[in-house]
Design a protein around this ligand. Structure first.
Ligand code: DQA
Length: 145
């Protein structure tokens, strides 16, 4: 079983970017943790990060028929991108949305997500561990007949 992990804009700066909000772990740390979890669960991961909306959409489209699910932190595009949401819907794959911070405890503009209504679930505010929980949930769902 193959799962696509998508990290949106500015997440390449994790570790340096507002660590009081996003923590001290780098994106490489998070991907390494996810790979270890995937191995334990018998899944394979493709991890992808981009700061560009079109590149994220191209990568999501390429998961059609290839992946069993998508774990995504859309970063700032969460709150702005109809096109990213449309791409996720087009794949017909189960999607889990993850945020490091609790977006509901922050600025009002972060409290609307274009992705949440089309996700099977949303994890927000549990830091880097949230990705692990999301991956476990996706693999469990994708394994269900
Ligand atoms: C984020 C929350 C978003 O509002 C923000 O734009 C990000 C990161 C999070 O992981 O908490 O880039 O998705």
């Amino acid at each position: 079983m193959r799962i696509l992990v998508v990290h949106g804009p500015n997440l390449n700066l994790l570790g340096k970017r507002e660590p009081e909000i996003y923590g001290h772990q780098t994106l490489a740390d998070i991907d390494a943790d996810l790979r270890a979890t995937a191995k334990r669960l018998g899944a394979e991961l493709d991890c992808f990060q981009s700061n560009h909306e079109g590149e994220l959409i191209d990568r999501i489209q390429s998961a059609m028929g290839q992946a069993a699910g998508i774990l995504i932190n859309p970063g700032g595009f969460t709150h702005t991108s109809v096109a990213l949401r449309d791409a996720l819907v087009a794949t017909r794959l189960p999607v889990v949305e993850v945020h490091l911070s609790n977006v509901y405890a922050r600025e009002p503009f972060r409290q609307h997500s274009y992705v949440s209504p089309i996700a099977i679930g949303v994890i927000s505010g549990l830091g880097a561990e949230g990705y692990r929980f999301g991956l476990e949930a996706l693999v469990a769902r994708a394994a269900r007949p």
